[in-house]
Structure formats: C-alpha cells, structure tokens
Design a protein around this ligand. Structure first.
Ligand code: PEP
Ligand code: MG
Length: 952
C-alpha cells in the first residue's frame, strides 16, 4: 500500500479504516505522479476522480469547496513511500479566495481568515509559481517593522489584510496574471506542483544521499483543513505512544492551545506537556491516549502522532513509527516482546546493531554539544575511526600522555599527525586519540577500536606542529594543555570540555535480554580480537565465545620490552649471516684435506667469539622475551579457559619496532656536527624534542655534553646503520608475516615455545586450554608448510619435555588473493582459516590501508565511484568473491575446516551479514563490538529466514 499511497497516505487510509477521526480526504497515487512526470499532464480520468473525491469530502464536512458562504478548505500534501522530511512541497488553505475570505472573516474570526489567506497566497506563489519566497518575507517583515510588531502573531486583522493586498500585487507582477480565484484551478495547480516537487533539487539530492530510488514518485494527499487556531478550545500537538528518548511506556508529547502545526515547529510559544494536558483537559487527554493505544497496537510499534483540536473536536492528522534513541529502541523492543505485541524475533530486528555501539560508549550530552557548536567551539571533522566521546587535555607526546594519564590521572587526548607502534604506551593511557592523517584501518584506528578508546583519524584540516606543541584548525590554535573534546562516533572535534555520560554493560538489563534472544537465533559465533588478559576479560563479559586474534607483537611494544626487542632485531641479521658462515666453514672443515684444515680452523676460531656475542644478544634477548610472552599467554589462556584462543605469530615488518630512520639521521647529523662545538646543541635547541635530546646527551655523559656526544654517537651510528639495513621501499609488501618467521625462525620458535609452555603449565593446573596457532600473510602453500613443520616440532618438544598433551590447531590467515585462490592447497596444511580482511582488502584493491582514506578514497565514495568504504564494509563483489571461493575450496579438501574473520570488518553489521551468507563459523571483532556482532549475526540469520520462507 505504501508503494502506491506513500507513507502518509497509507497511514491516513489505515486510520480512516480504523474509524479514527481523520479529516476527510483522498490520496492520489504515486503512479499518477510518475505519469505526470513523463507527460507533463494528469493521466486521463484523474481529474474526474479528484472531483468525485472532493464531493465526498464536502459531504462529510457539510460545506462546499469554493462556496463563499460555507467554504471547505483543503490541503495538498506530498508523501512518498519513504519519509523524506521537508524535501518536497505541501500547500495549505486551498479554496480561499476574495469572496470566501470575507465570509470566513464574518462567520469565524477575522484575523484567522486573513492570516490563512496570506499564507495561501505566499505558499501558492512560491511553490506553484516559483516566486522567490524572500519577496513575500520582505513584505511581511516590513509590515512588522512599520507596526512595531515583534512576532507574526502581533499583527492584527487589518495588517494581514494589507499584507494580502501587497502579496496579490507581487503575485501579479511576477506571474503576469492574478492569483486564481477559482478554487478548482488552485487545486489542480497545487497537485501538479506537489508532483513536480518529487523531482525538485532538494528531493533528488536527498534520495541520492539516502539511496532511495528516483522512480518511486510521490503521492498527493488532498485533505480537508482543520484549524487549531480557532480559539481557546482549539489547539495542536504531537504525541508519542512511548517516551522516544528513554523508551518508558508513557504517553509523551506536547500541546499548544490556539495554534497551528507550524507554530509548534516555529517555537513561538512554549507548549504544555501532554502530562499537563491531562490536568487541564482530562477528557481530551483520554481521547488522545485511547487513539495512541489503538494505533500502537495496530502498528505494533511506537507511533508519533500529529493531532489538532478544532473547537473541542479531536482530529488525527498523521501517524508514523516514532524515531527513537538507541536506549529507547532497546527498551521498547524488549518491552513489546514481553507484552506480546511483537515476537522475540521481531524485537531483535527492531534494534539496529549500531544502536548497541552507542549504548556502550561514553556519549556527549547532546545538548552540551549543540551549545558548544553555538558558541563557535567546533574545530574540525575527521574520520569517525573509533566511536565514543572523550574530552581531555591536549598532548602531542605519547610519553607525556602516559605520565599524565597514568601517573597524574588526568584525562588526556593524544594528538598526532599519525600514530605508530611507538605511541602505544601513550594511547593506552589516553581518553581519546586524534590524528591528522590515516584511515579507518590506520594504526590509530585499529588500536583504539581494540581498546575501546574514541578516535578521530584523517582530520586533514588540522595542522599539527609538534615543535610548538599545538595544532591549528583554520584561525584557531589549540595549545598543549588546552582542553579538547572529540566525538569518535561522528568525527567531530571541539575546543573545550563537553560533558560525557558513561555506560555500564552489567546494568543494561534490557540490552542483555535482547542479546540473549539474539544468541538463540544466530548461527555465527562471535569471537573477539584481544591481546591482553584484561581485553579478554572484557570480551567474555560482552559474550565473546573465543579469541579470534591475539596480535602477539603488540606485547613487544610495551615500554619495558622495547629495549630487548631492539637488541633482538639489531642482532638478528648479523647473527643470521655469521651463523650461516660458521655452519658452512664447519662442514667445509669436516670434508677438508689435511693441508687446508689449519687455515679453516683458524677462520672458525676467529668467528666463534663473534657468534657467541651475537648469540648472547639475539638468542639471549629472545629468551628474555620468551619468558615475558609466556606470561602473556598464561594470562590470556587462563581468562579464556576452555574457549579457543587464536594466537598469531609476529606479523609487522621489523622496522616498526625501531626508531624512525629520519629521526636517527637527524640525531647522528647533529651529534657529528657538535663534536667540535658541543655548545651548538644548546644554541639550536628550539623545540621540546631538541630539549629532550639535549637531556639525553647530558645523561649519557653524566652531565657533560662533550662526553655524552662521544658516548652516544657510535651507538646512534650503529642503530642508524641497522635501521637503514631493515628499510624497505614497500614494507607492507615486504619482510613481514610468515616471511619473517621463515627468515628468522628463532623468533617464531620462541613464540611457539612460550605458547606451549604456558599451555602445559595451565593443563597441569587442570585448566582447559585451546590454543590455535596462526601463521600470518602466507601467499604460497609452501610458506605455510615449512613454518608449520618447524613450529610443530617445537610444540612437540615442549609437550614431550613437560609430559603434557595439549589439544591445539595450526592454521593460517587469508590475507592475500593468492592464498584465497589456492585455498584447496592451503587447506591441506591448515586446520583453520581466518580472513585478515584489512590486508585482503588492501591487496585486492591495491589500496594502501594507511593512506588511501586520507588521500582519495573518501572522495571516491563522495563521488559515487565506490559505493562505500571497503576498509569498513566488506566489498562483496571483489573481496567477498575471493572469500566465497576460498571457503568453498578449503572445505572441499577439509570438511571441518574452521573459518572465521578477524579483520576490522568482523564488527561491521553489513560485513557480518556477508560472513553469515558465506557460511563462516565465527566473526572476531574488538571486545566493544561483541554485543553489536551478536545482534548483527542474529539479524543476518533472521533476514535469511525471511528471504527463504517469507515474512511469516
Ligand atoms: C588483517 O589484515 O585483517 C588483520 C587482522 O591483520 P592486521 O590488521 O594485524 O594486519
Ligand atoms: Mg594483516
């Protein structure tokens, strides 16, 4: 019915059928609109039907359209299938002309009559004849000035009459003819104009933006006018059947006596609440409550009802399902299911998964945010990378963020051009993160989403200046220590503090109930990405059924481990080279003839101390790290006891753990230059970074600059050389993922040893563990094969030594198109697949996940080149097709292959639906997204049921 009659028309027809007091009228269908759009004429027979409809309205109203003695006035309102508020036109008070207005002035209220007429002439002129609305406004304003009237309502009948005369003149000048006195002509032109407004610019833009098809057309509702401004026993109001912001089951709304609908919107007078109406007009209240109850039961959803009271008689003008806050959506759905008004399945589908995100994150008080905007404190907008609201002191330095956030317990917002693993310690202690560059899967975005910290990335309109400790947004400057507020749900950035409201999942009883119902429906399991025991605990609290991704390298980044990691990385290449040389020499020696042995032994003896030193540095660091990693794994496996935990072996390129090449180069240059003149360092120390470097040098020289320089320079030079040696032109496609483990097997062996030592220890404590070891970024099955063989040997060694058997799995990430294309081969060597869709999207599109969004991707989306951001919502046609092929090929070879997803898409409802369709076993997302994913997985299943069996 909505297709033909539009939302408003369908509602009116339905309410009329229910016997509610709806002003009589009729609806001209969307089909007629489409016919008019094609030919520029009404389809044959339409006008006759309009005339018949009009007669029926006249009979019901006891008057005549166009009869000066007893006029019936009508409105023509647009109304499409989907609500397009304010985007199309409506014309009110049709049927008034010079004769009718005079008699209306006599029989009812003079001011009211002339006011209605001036509104008609202006609306008709503007909408039907395209006269610039500002010209009518100007006449009105001039009259108000002349009579010293503050508001429209201060104008008396005489003023309005004069205004009508001027409007008529304007009309004639602009149109070249008089305002039509024939009411039917008014009506005909009004209907045509409403049809035309479907293709007006506003409406077309709105549909394009909201993806509403352009060929639906609008219906036109012709309806008798009723007036709420006919005296003290009249009025107009809006009623919600439940409270739309809290969801409470109570009639909620406003009523304005002696007023018309537009007066409520214009806020001319403060309306009374519906609760107050109960006191002043109990009978009217009861009537409204009865209608509300009937409509809510009929539509089985909260209704937003517009009504008018004309001389004591209640008229219902419109009903539609009420817009509601996230909190109200959940409460209303659960309450209605408990009341038996909807089924549990319907209740689940009534709540948007993204509503759940809003419920579980700190939010800005919306009124305070609006006030900040009014006060001119809005600064900029970036990408809404990690939702939630945060306010804190601006800091540009991760060390300072850590000190202030942890030690001084101050709220801080860490602001960076972009973040790197070196900044994690600062991020951990910040309330929010703001970056000028980077997209939805940039480092800052991924890390903060995992931690549930609000984040705005890619805020390209701010200029960050570390040296000055400030950022600029247009004319405004925010200094270190100033307060800033960021909204990670919208990407907005504000100056100053906006108060936030904190949530608590344990107290969200309605949400918990809804999610339990969702759990009964969904087929997909929901796991979480978690690196630390505290993340795992949170994930379980939110209902996670496993850990789908533990990025082990994140533990390498902790401040107390970075030095050990540096030592390990710096020694690794040399260790590899020297140990290979020693191996080669040893075997040469074994096979060598007598006369050569001496020389070979000598060379070997020379290398041995070097190898010993490198072993101490490389293997020694690894051993220390292994001990620490064992503790990490003990923690996470203990929390998740009995549930699967996928632990991914080291993935990022090693240089990510080292200081930046550019920084080192500057430092070495400065130290070299200052050798002959240490004072130059003091004279040229302008920024905070310079001052910090100076301090570091002094410390190295026990307070003496020259000594500090001599001590630091060789070390920094060595570091620079090592960093230069690990540098790659294309690190994302370089020595990372399983390529690292193959090149430096000792690193991944250390990790696997730690996993199995932790697993054996817990097993001995009778704690069930289910570790799953995941190999990242494999592109050829041989990479997987060689890694797995080497690592399973280590696992076996540990289990043999400990005398314990652990049930484990070995599997791989699918992050490269080649892995997906050859999934059958992969499945022979992997017990599970996990789609790393961040990298899979990057490598399928060839878009850099770090740069694309800030450089061109968002523009491509704006221009419609891409339908959506493929780093946020899985690209069905490309990446999705690879995934489908991969699942099918993999399961053909290994029926019980466990398949999941651990890229950022695992928390995105639309992507979750695709994962459901592809038959994945689970989705894994950040702990804070787990409730969202539980609901989205149920939606996917229920929608599939509707597709298969219809809406039963
Ligand atoms: C991925 O690529 O989707 C993934 C989960 O791995 P990371 O983001 O750590 O590269
Ligand atoms: Mg990856």
């Amino acid at each position: 019915m909505r297709d033909l009659l539009g939302g408003k028309g369908a509602g009116l027809a339905e309410m009329t059928r229910l016997g509610l007091p709806v002003p009589p009228g009729f609806t001209i269908t969307t089909k007629a609109c489409n016919a008019y759009a094609k030919t520029g004429r009404f389809p044959p027979g339409l006008w006759k039907q309009v005339e018949d409809g009009l007669s029926a309205v006249e009979a019901k109203m006891g008057g005549r359209f166009g009869d000066p003695a007893n006029p019936v006035l009508v409105s023509v309102r647009s109304g499409a299938k989907f609500s397009m508020p304010g985007m199309m036109d409506s014309i009110l008070n049709l049927g008034l002309n010079d004769a009718a207005v005079a008699s209306l002035a006599q029989t009812s209220n003079e001011r009211f009559a002339w006011d209605a007429y001036r509104r008609l002439v202006a609306m008709f002129g503007r909408i039907v004849k395209d006269i610039d609305g500002r010209k009518f406004e100007a006449i009105l304003e001039q009259r108000k000035r002349a009579t010293e009237s503050k508001k429209d309502t201060d104008l008396v009948a005489e003023d309005l009459k004069a205004i009508v005369a001027e409007f008529m003149r304007l009309y004639r000048d602009e149109v070249g003819g008089d305002f039509p006195q024939n009411p039917k002509e008014q009506l005909r032109e009004a209907i045509a104009a409403v049809f035309r407004s479907w293709n007006g610019k506003r409406a077309v833009d709105y549909r394009t933006f909201n993806k509403i098809p352009h060929d639906l057309g609008t219906a036109a509702n012709v309806q008798a006018m009723v007036f709420g401004n006919m005296g003290a026993d009249s009025g107009t109001g809006v009623a919600f059947t439940r409270n739309p912001s809290t969801g409470e089951d109570q009639l909620y709304g406003e009523f304005l006596p002696n007023a018309q609908g537009e007066d409520v919107v214009a806020g001319i007078r403060t309306p009374m609440t519906i609760a107050q109406l109960r006191e002043t007009s109990p009978e009217l209240y009861d009537q409204i409550a009865e209608v509300a109850d009937l409509l809510e039961k009929h539509y089985r959803d909260i209704q937003d009802i517009e009504f008018t009271v004309e001389r004591g008689k209640l008229w219902i003008l419109q009903t539609r399902s009420g817009k509601r806050s996230a909190r109200a959506a959940v409460k209303i759905a659960v309450d209605m299911a408990r009341e038996g008004l909807v089924t549990k399945k319907e209740a689940i589908l009534r709540v948007e998964p993204m509503h759940v995100v809003q419920l579980l994150l700190p939010q800005f008080d919306e009124r305070a945010k609006a006030a900040a905007r009014r006060d001119g404190r809005y600064l900029a907008r970036g990408l809404n990378a990690s939702p939630g609201a945060a306010a804190g002191f601006a800091t540009f330095d991760p060390d300072e963020a850590e000190t202030m956030g942890r030690d001084e317990k101050k709220p801080v917002i860490l602001i960076r051009v972009e973040t790197s693993p070196d900044d994690v310690h600062g991020i951990l202690h910040s309330k929010g993160v703001l970056t000028a560059r980077g997209g939805a899967t940039s480092h800052a975005a991924v890390v903060t989403r995992g931690l549930g910290i609000p984040c705005v990335t890619g805020c390209e309109s701010i200029v960050v200046d570390y040296d000055q400790g400030q950022f600029r947004a247009g004319e405004k400057v925010v200094q270190r220590g100033d307060f800033v507020s960021i909204d990670g749900s919208t990407g907005e950035v504000f100056e100053g503090r906006i108060p936030t409201i904190d949530p608590d999942f344990r107290k969200e009883a309605d949400l918990q109930a809804l999610l339990r119902w969702a759990d009964e429906e969904r087929r997909l399991q929901v796991w979480a990405n978690a690196d630390y025991p505290r993340d795992a605990e949170r994930a379980r609290e939110f209902g996670a059924q496993g850990i789908g991704l533990d990025r082990t390298e994140h533990m390498f980044m902790e401040t107390d481990r970075l030095d050990i990691v540096h030592e390990m990385i710096l020694a690794a290449p040399e260790y590899r080279r020297v140990s290979a040389e020693v191996r080669a020499l040893t075997s040469e020696l074994e096979a060598a003839k007598e006369e050569k042995r001496d020389a070979l032994s000598k060379r070997l003896r020379l290398l041995e101390p070097k190898l010993a030193d490198l072993s101490r540095r490389y293997l020694g660091s690894l051993e220390t790290l292994g001990g620490l990693q064992k503790k990490d794994f003990l923690g996470i496996l203990r929390v998740m006891q009995g549930l699967p935990v996928i632990i991914r072996l080291i993935d990022p390129p090693l240089h990510e753990f080292l200081p930046k090449y550019e920084t080192l180069l500057v430092e070495v240059t400065k130290l070299t230059l200052a050798r002959g003149d240490p004072g130059i360092l003091v004279r040229t120390a302008h920024s905070e970074d310079d001052a910090a470097f100076l301090e570091e040098i002094k410390k190295a020289g026990n307070g003496d600059l020259a000594r500090g320089i001599e001590s630091m320079l060789p070390k920094k030079q060595l570091l620079l050389e090592a960093v230069a040696a690990t540098r790659e032109s294309n690190p994302m496609l370089g020595l990372r993922g399983c390529r690292l483990g193959i090149t430096f097997p000792e690193i991944t062996e250390m990790q696997v040893r730690a996993i199995f030592e932790a697993s054996c220890a817990l097993t001995k404590e009778n704690i069930v563990v289910k570790p799953e070891i995941m190999i990242p970024l494999a592109g050829h099955v041989n990479e997987l094969k060689i890694e797995r063989e080497a690592l399973e040997a280590v696992a076996k060694q540990v289990m043999d030594r400990e005398g314990v058997t652990v049930a484990y799995k070995f599997g791989t990430m699918i992050e490269l198109p080649r892995a997906a294309l050859t999934a059958d081969a992969f499945a022979r060597h992997a017990e599970f697949f996990s789609f790393g869709t961040n990298d899979l999207t990057q490598t399928t599109f060839g878009y850099s996940r770090d740069d694309a969004e800030s450089k061109f991707l968002l523009d491509f989306i704006d221009r419609g080149i891409l339908p959506s951001n493929p780093f946020q919502t899985l690209d069905r046609d490309g990446v999705g097709q690879l995934m489908q092929m991969c699942v099918q090929k993999g399961r053909k070879v290994r029926k019980d292959l466990e398949v999941g997803i651990c890229g950022e898409h695992g928390g995105d409802p639309a992507s979750i639906e695709l994962c459901h369709e592809l038959g994945l076993d689970y989705v894994s997302c950040s702990p804070f997204r787990v409730p969202v994913a539980r609901l989205a997985a149920a939606h996917a299943k229920l929608r599939e049921e509707v597709r298969e069996f219809g809406d039963r």
